[in-house]
Ligand binder design. Structure first.
Ligand SMILES: C[S@@+](CC[C@H](N)C(=O)[O-])C[C@H]1O[C@@H](n2cnc3c(N)ncnc32)[C@H](O)[C@@H]1O
Length: 567
C-alpha cells in the first residue's frame, strides 16, 4: 500500500480532520516540507496529505514524483453523509482510484460449509469410510486439508478455541447445508486483533456501526445469544457485549461481499479506505477483487470531476426506488436522497413505475393517454400516494408495495433455466408492467443470459427469431444501462459481450445463406468488433476475463479474415 494511503488510514484511525467533531486537536508537531524538511504550512491541494514550505517546492515535489503518488481523493465529513470520498482532481474513465488489501476477511454470517483458511466451499471427502470433512486437528473446524490448517489466518482463532478446549461440531449433513456457526468467526478475528494488531483494530473500530439502530433487531437478539455467549463464556475473552455487537454491526455497515470469479468462494471483508465511499443509486465507480488475497480495486466507471463525490452502490441498481430506499433504510440506516431517488421517473427509465389502469384500460376513451404511468407524488416519502401523469387516478403507496411484492414473488417462482417462463411472465403482465419496469427488466436480463449460453440454447442452436430477440433485448437493456449504470460498468460490459456474440452469429448465418453481400457482412462484423473492443476495455481488468476476451477477439478477427477471403 502506498505511503499516502497509509496516512489516510492513520487519519481515519485518529479521526483527525475527517472524523466527526475531531477536526481540532491535530498533531501539535509542525508539519515539514516534503522537499526540504523545513517547517511547512502549505498542504497539497490534491491529496491533502503532504506539506510544502513554498510554491516552488510544491512544484519541485510534484515534478520529482508526487504526481505519481498523489491520491485522487480525500476523505471529508458532512453532517448528512458522514465521512465520504471526494475527488481531489479530475479522474478519467477506467482509472484505478484505489487498490487496497482487506483489513479483515472471513466467513459471512451464515454460509455453507467452507474452509476457514481459504474460504472455499467444501466437498466432503470420504474419511475412514465415513462421509465427513477434513477437520483441523486442534479445533475441529472443517478445512481443505493440512495446508489450510497450518495457514497463518487460522492460527489465532484456532489457539483461542483450543486454549479453552472448544471443538467445532459441524458434520457433513448433505450438500449446501447452511451453517449458522460461522457467524462467530469474522467478529472473533477482529477482536483478536486488539492484541495482535492494535492499530488495525482501532481503524476497524472507528468505522460507522449503527449499533444503536441494530441492537433491538431480531438478528442482533440472536447474535446476543450466539456470538456474545461464544466470545465471553465459551472462549473467556475479555470483551463486553457492546464491543462484540459493535464489531458485528461494523461488518453489517461496511463489509463488501467478496466473490471469487468461479463462484467457489464467497466471503465478507472490510476495506478501510474503500468503506469511506458513500452510496449513490447512480454510482461512479465499480470494484473488482484481485488475486487470492482479494485485494480490492476501485475503478472509475465514468469521468469524475474534481470535487465530485466518489460513490459506490450499496443496493441493487435494477430495483425501483421503493425497493432500493427500503433496503438502504433497513440495512444501512439512511434515507437515500440522491438525484435518482428524487426523480419519480428514475432518469426517464420509469423503472419503478406501472401503467395507469384507467388510461390503459381497453375502454379508456382517450387513446392518447395510452402508456400513461403512475408516478409517486413524492419519491422521498414512501407513504406518498401514486398518481397518473395524465389523469386523476391515484393509488395508495401500500397498494403499490403489495402489487410489487406479489409480482416479485411470481418472478422468483420461475424456473431460472426455462426461457418460456420468463417470456410468459412478460406477456402476462404487459398490461400492467411497461417494457422497462424493473420486474420486466429482470426477466429480460434472465432471457439474455439463457439465450446463447444455457444448455439447449447455445448460440448455434437458437432459431433466427430468438437470435433477433436476444439482440433486441440487449439493445433495450443497454438503453437502461446508459441511464442508470453508464460508462465502464460490469453490467454494460457483459451486455456488450452478449450483443456482439449474437450479432456476429446473425451476420455469419446471413452471409452463409447469401442474404448479405461480402461488403455488408464485413460492415456488420466491424460493428461487432467495435462492441467487443468496448467490452474488452471495460472487462479486461478482471483477470479471469482476459483469456475469454482474447479468444473472442481472435475468433472475430478470424471470421473477418475468412469473410474477406471468400469469393
Ligand atoms: C460504509 S459507511 C460509509 C462511510 C460513512 N459515511 C462513515 O462516516 O463512516 C456506510 C454509512 O454511511 C452513511 N451513508 C452512506 N451513503 C450515504 C448517503 N448517500 N446518504 C446518507 N448517508 C450515507 C450511512 O450512515 C451508511 O450506513
Amino acid at each position: 500500500m502506498c505511503v499516502y494511503l497509509e496516512r489516510v488510514l492513520c487519519l481515519i484511525a485518529s479521526g483527525a480532520g475527517v472524523h466527526r467533531g475531531l477536526v481540532s486537536g491535530l498533531n501539535p508537531v509542525m508539519p515539514t516540507c516534503e522537499v526540504c524538511q523545513q517547517p511547512a504550512n502549505q498542504i497539497c491541494g490534491g491529496c491533502k496529505l503532504v506539506y510544502y514550505c513554498s510554491r516552488p517546492h510544491q512544484k519541485l515535489g510534484w515534478r520529482e514524483g508526487h504526481k505519481f503518488k498523489c491520491c485522487a481523493f480525500k476523505i471529508q465529513y458532512s453532517d448528512t453523509l458522514g465521512r465520504h470520498m471526494v475527488a481531489t482532481r479530475d479522474i478519467q474513465q477506467g482509472e484505478m482510484i484505489l487498490r487496497e488489501k482487506p483489513a479483515i476477511i472471513g466467513p459471512r454470517i451464515s454460509c455453507p460449509t467452507i474452509c476457514l483458511s481459504c474460504g472455499k466451499n467444501l466437498d466432503p471427502p470420504e474419511v475412514n469410510s465415513k462421509w465427513d470433512y477434513y477437520k483441523c486437528s486442534k479445533c475441529n473446524w472443517p478445512m481443505c486439508g493440512p495446508e489450510c490448517e497450518a495457514a497463518d489466518v487460522h492460527k489465532p482463532e484456532c489457539k483461542a478455541m483450543t486454549d479453552r478446549k472448544y471443538k467445532c461440531d459441524i458434520k457433513y449433513q448433505g450438500p449446501n447445508k447452511i451453517q449458522a456457526a460461522y457467524c462467530v468467526i469474522s467478529p472473533l478475528r477482529v477482536l483478536l486483533m486488539s492484541t495482535s494488531n492494535p492499530l488495525q483494530y482501532e481503524n476497524i473500530m472507528n468505522l460507522e456501526s449503527h449499533l444503536e439502530d441494530r441492537i433491538n433487531t431480531p438478528l442482533y437478539t440472536v447474535l446476543k445469544a450466539n456470538l456474545v455467549t461464544f466470545i465471553v463464556q465459551v472462549l473467556g475473552l475479555p470483551f463486553d457485549e457492546e464491543t462484540i455487537l459493535k464489531v458485528a454491526s461494523i461488518f453489517d455497515t461496511n463489509a463488501f461481499d467478496v466473490r471469487s470469479p468461479d463462484g467457489s468462494t464467497r466471503l465478507r471483508a472490510i476495506y478501510l479506505t474503500a468503506s469511506m465511499m458513500d452510496h449513490s443509486c447512480k454510482a461512479n465507480t465499480r470494484h473488482i477483487f484481485i488475486g487470492e488475497d482479494y485485494h480490492m480495486a476501485i475503478i472509475a466507471t465514468v469521468p469524475i470531476s474534481k470535487g465530485d463525490l466518489i460513490t459506490t452502490m450499496y443496493t441493487q441498481s435494477l430495483w425501483g426506488t421503493l425497493d432500493r430506499r427500503k433496503h438502504l433504510q433497513t440495512n444501512k440506516y439512511f434515507d437515500c436522497e440522491c438525484d435518482r431517488c428524487k426523480d419519480p421517473t428514475e432518469f426517464g427509465t420509469y423503472l419503478g413505475n406501472i401503467y395507469c389502469s384507467v388510461c390503459n384500460s381497453a375502454f379508456a376513451p382517450n387513446v392518447e393517454a395510452r402508456g400513461a404511468m403512475l408516478l409517486s407524488t413524492n419519491p422521498l416519502d414512501e407513504t406518498a400516494p401514486w398518481k397518473c401523469e395524465k389523469c386523476e387516478h391515484c393509488i395508495l403507496s401500500k397498494q403499490m408495495v403489495w402489487g410489487n411484492n406479489a409480482l416479485k414473488q411470481d418472478l422468483q417462482r420461475l424456473n431460472k433455466t426455462d426461457p418460456n417462463q420468463f417470456e410468459e411472465f412478460i406477456e402476462k403482465y404487459s398490461q400492467t408492467l411497461h417494457p422497462s419496469n424493473h420486474l420486466v427488466v429482470q426477466a429480460k436480463l434472465a432471457l439474455v443470459q439463457i439465450y446463447g449460453n444455457y444448455k439447449g440454447y447455445s448460440l448455434t442452436e437458437l432459431s433466427n427469431a430468438i437470435l433477433r430477440r436476444k439482440i433486441d433485448l440487449c439493445h433495450e437493456l443497454l438503453e437502461i444501462a446508459d441511464k442508470l449504470e453508464p460508462g465502464w460498468t460490469k453490467f454494460r460490459g457483459k451486455l456488450l459481450l452478449e450483443l456482439q456474440a449474437a450479432m456476429t452469429m446473425k451476420t455469419k448465418r446471413e452471409f452463409e445463406t447469401g442474404k448479405l453481400t461480402k461488403a455488408a457482412a464485413q460492415d456488420e462484423l466491424m460493428e461487432s468488433l467495435v462492441l467487443l473492443q468496448e467490452a474488452t476495455n471495460i472487462l479486461k481488468v478482471e483477470t479471469h476475463m482476459k483469456t475469454i476476451l482474447e479468444s473472442k477477439i481472435s475468433e472475430l478477427t478470424n471470421l473477418l479474415d475468412t469473410t474477406a477471403a471468400e469469393t
